[in-house]
Structures are given as C-alpha cells and as structure tokens.
Design a binder for this molecule. Sequence first.
Ligand code: SF4
Length: 688
Amino acid sequence: SAMRDEHIKKTKTVCTYCGVGCSFDVWTKDRKILKVEPQVEAPANGISTCIKGKFGWDFVNSEERLTKPLIREGDHFREAEWEEALELIQSKMTHIKEEHGAESMAFISSSKCTNEESYLMQKLARGVIGTNNIDNCSRYCQTPATMGLFRTVGYGGDSGSITDIEQSDLVLAIGTNTAESHPVLATRVKRSQKLKGQTLFVADLRKHEMAERADLFVQPAPGSDLVWLSAITKYIVDQGWQDQDFLEQRVNQLDEYISHLEPFTLEYAEKVTGISQETLIHMAEKIAKAKTVCILWAMGVTQHLGGSDTSTAISNLLLITGNYGKPGAGSYPLRGHNNVQGASDFGSMPDRFPGYEKVTDDSVRTKYEKKWGVSIPREPGLNNHEMIEAVHDGNLKMMYLKGEDMGLVDSNLNYVHSAFEKLDFFIVQDIFLSKTAQFADVVLPASPSLEKEGTFTNTERRFQRLYQALEPMGDSKPDWQIIQHIANSLGAKWTYSHPSEIMEEAASLAPLFAGVNYDRLEGYNSLQWPVAADGTDQPVLFLDEFPFPDGKAKLFPVDWTEPLSYDEEYDLHVNNGRLLEHFHEGNMTYRSKGITSKTPNVFLEVSPELAEERGLSDGTLVRLTSPYGHVKVECLVTDRVKGKEVYLPLNDSGEGAINYLTSSHADKDTDTPAYKEVSAKLEVLREK
Ligand code: SF4
C-alpha cells in the first residue's frame, strides 16, 4: 500500500528460507529493503522470525545476481538477449527430442520456487515434451518421510498444525536439529516445555540445543533408530498399553504387524543402539501413558539406506498409541526448504501428478491428457538419482534444472559433475551463477521470491500467498514466465498472465486442492490441504478417517537395514546438518552481510577426546578423505559430539562441501542419498 513517501511500500511476503513458512511484511524503498516486520496474524509465526527471515535478504540486491541470459562459448559464458537464448533452447530441445526421444530429456523443479512454478515445470515435461522425467530436491531430504506416511496413513505431510504442537503432552524429536533448522517452530516447543510442562525427548547423535534442553536425551548408534522405535512399540504392545479402541476401529493389519515385531526385544535393541533397556522401558511407558504425542523428525532419520522404513516405524508407533486424528498428536516430518512440500504437492515427481495422483492410474492420466491435449507416458519417469545414472549410461542427453544447486547438494559430487559434463545440452535457471550453473550450456536469470507473486506451502500443508515487493532485477524474470516462454517456443499455446490462473487450472485438476484460489488466500489468509471445493480446509488430518478406500490406516511391517560399513581406514563417522545462520549451500546467506558478519564460514566439530588423541585444537586445518573425495576445513573442539563422531555443517560451497565425501548409496525405497552414512579419515594439514 502507498505510504506518505510514495517510494516506501509495505508488501506481505513469505520467508524464502525454511519450511516453517513464516510470513511477514517487508518494507522497501525502491530496491532497498528497509525492514522485515512480522504481524500477529501470521499463522505459523505470529510476531516471531529467526535471523534468516529477519536479516537474510541482502542477496536480493547482490551484484552477483544474474541479470542477463548466459550462453556458453568454450570454457566461458557470454551475455545474450532472451530471444537468442530461447531460440537456442528451442532448436536444441527440438533436435534432441527428434534424435533421442522424450525419454532422453529430464527436468528438475525447485523447492525454492512457487507451487505454480512447480506445476508448470511438470506440465512442460509431461504436457509439452511427453516425459515423466521430473523431480525436485525433496528427493534429497523428505521423500522417505512421505513414503512412510503414504504406507501407513495415506497423506505425506505434517498431520497437524505447528501451533498444535504446543498442546502436546510429549514431543519426541528424532534426527532433527530443530533449534537451528526450524528455529521458530523450536521456540514453540521450548515455550511449551517451560510453561505447560510438556515433556521433550530427543534422540540424536549430537548434543545440540534441543538435546541440552530435553527431559531425556538418547544418543543411539548411527542409523539404528528403527531398532529402538520398534523395540519401544513392541514393549508397549507386550504390556497391553496400546490404544485398543483406536486400533480396532481405525487401523488394519494389526496382527500381521505385531508378529513382525518379534525380533525387536529390549536386549536386541540395547545391543544394536546402545540405549539401555531401562531407558527404553522409561521411554515406552512415558509415550504410552501420554495423552498426546507428537513426533518431529528430519534428515537424521530420512538420509539413510532405510530412511523410508524408519519413517514408517515412527508412524507405526503413533498408530499403536492412537496418536493420530486429534490436536497435539501425530507426525511432523519437518520440511527443509520453504516450498519443499509444495514442489512435490504440485506434481514435480516422476510418479505423481499434482495432489499425488499416480501417473500409472489410467483415469487420472486421461484427465490430464484431455485437459492438455497430449498423450502422457504410463511409466513413471526417472528421479534425480536415476537421472545421474542415466547420463552416465548414455541414455539421458538433456536436463533443464531450475533453482537447485544439484552440483553441490546431491551426494557423490565428483560423480555428479562428470555427469553434467557428459550432457549434450544443459539448461540451468537460477538467481546466481551457482556451482551447477557453471556446467551449463545456457544459464537463465530468474527472480527470487521478493520479485514475484505466487504461493508457497509450508511444512504444515499451509498455502500462503507472496506478493511482489520489487521489480525483477535487470532482465531476470519470474520462473513461471521463463517456463512459459520455453513451452511456447516449443509450440505450446500457454497464456498465463498471472500465477492465480495457474493455480486455478491446478485446482480444477487435483482434488486435493479443489477449493484453493487466490481470493481465499488474500493477505494473511491461508488454507491447509486437503481443501474441499467449498474452501473447507483441514488443520488436523484424519479426524474421522484415513484416505484409504475403507477409511482405515495401515500398520506396515518393516525390517532394519544396517548402515553402510567402511574399511577400518575410514575410522571417523561424519555426521552433517545445518547451521542456524546459513541455509544449505549458502548461495543466498553467504551473500547477506547481516549473516556473514556473524558466521563467515563453516567448521568441523570434533570431540575433546578426538582432539586430545590427534592433537587438534580450534582452527587446526584438516583434510577429511572418504572413498569418494575429500574436503578441507578448520576444526572446532566441542562436547556437542563424542568419540569418533565428527560433525560438518552442510553449508559450504567450496573445499568444505560435505558432498565430496558422500556416496551414491541411497534409501532403498526412494533413492534419497544416504548422506548420513559417511566415514572418513583425518589428516592435519596445518596446526593452529
Ligand atoms: Fe524463515 Fe524458517 Fe526462520 Fe521462519 S524459522 S524466519 S521460515 S528461516
């Protein structure tokens, strides 16, 4: 709205960083960002934000922003006009499709982009090119959580609202560094523990802030969560503490599931996980007796060979104790990116249309084929992981990737980089010349969230609108416009003039979003899916039924997969995760002074024991080497880690980037890389 000084304006937006989905007003004067002002009516955060939401915006005006398309010439890029870049893309894509077919082309959507942009990217892949080769970076984090929830309760999202967590009797946080990764959500837990007597249990390898605050903190052996979760569940059943009424009325496969729990005795769990039987009994009793239990989890659970199975075990425990379908209870897989939920919700997945309808379902496919006037393959496409394999095998020739730094965030980087080099044609769309963009043939300049309109969906399935605060910098454009230009250059006749029209189309096709429209999302209004045609939404899922044909949930038996083992030479276990101040590879936060002035670089956390043994102190420069590559980083001695456990924040884009160490091994059910199963050896390069 116009203020007294007409250049000063206030625009409602949604944070571009994590999945909590804080919304707030941003005050700008021309291109200058004056301040961020949270409002009471913001549904997820009220008047709170964290340091990133408040001070992490300088990147928007960075001199390193891409303002023109770039075209590769030998080993450098030259600036080009849009027309030339689009012509080149049109001719290369047409040629590759004619020569090698639609299946030789792949598309990667972005969890930083809007729902509407995710919808268009999959429409381009399926509706214009004719392939299901489309994925997004939730493949790197939360797809196993979605899988675990699909198997058991039918919807892959948080089962309640963020504010509901405050009503919970007991919160169990597993493999989530919540205070740093989801700060505003963590604040709610901290407050409830203090003011409402909520019990907090934390299971993690590392003694982070939530662990310090926990009523009980356990440090299971790496990759063993499924074992202690199953042992607790078995003990609850053995004691007759399960919620029998809930199980009888609302859950299938109880007997089959219980017999499958047989091996998970307390003795076995103690042996595998290192958690004492006494502690396991204490946890089982507290969880069974609590009126409501929420389980929060993140990448410490999902990024393993058995990440989907452990997520399933979490959901099984919630079912056994009747902790679904009431406020203050349920599953909270915490989404990383601001729109990682929405990227999958809107069909940027190789096997799902928007709203999670399957591409193998003939009637669903027919619905899209009719609407778009094309034919869509019945076979699911390639996921991110399979795309890299397919390039190495010579089957994939072209990739169009937007807003994702796959060349830093995928695992086994040396392998990924050599795949990029093999592509016939590689289009990267970003706001910066990212690591990945450096491998591209054409780089397209996109606009960040403050320069566009659209919607994001946060971790609690909540749609929120963002409004345009700034004009796109230079010749950069919002992603939805770029995708439309490319589609139309290939013969499509799209005429979207505003993202609201894209949402209208998506809502008309996907029953999960039937009642979503921009009027209902005006200002700070929001909706949590599923949204019925009349606009009724569902803050708490499963109140009456689960989305399966008979309305009942399913207990789903799972087995333990042992984590990767390494040669003795690689004697340290390298855990990894986030830092409060930085976000992922740091493309945005390292370009924000408000952040770098506080935390300029990452460091390797080493235990006091290891420091003593190897002569390490704060600032010692070391090289870590795994069978896949190496990193160079300075040490920080801290008791947050113990023994031979070291911790490397994942927020580095240079010589300390964690993914030079990780492998191509992945969750067996979803292909999510086993980022957390890394071992390495350490050499000192320079004393402090
Ligand atoms: Fe942004 Fe997440 Fe911080 Fe909220 S908690 S301000 S959404 S980074």
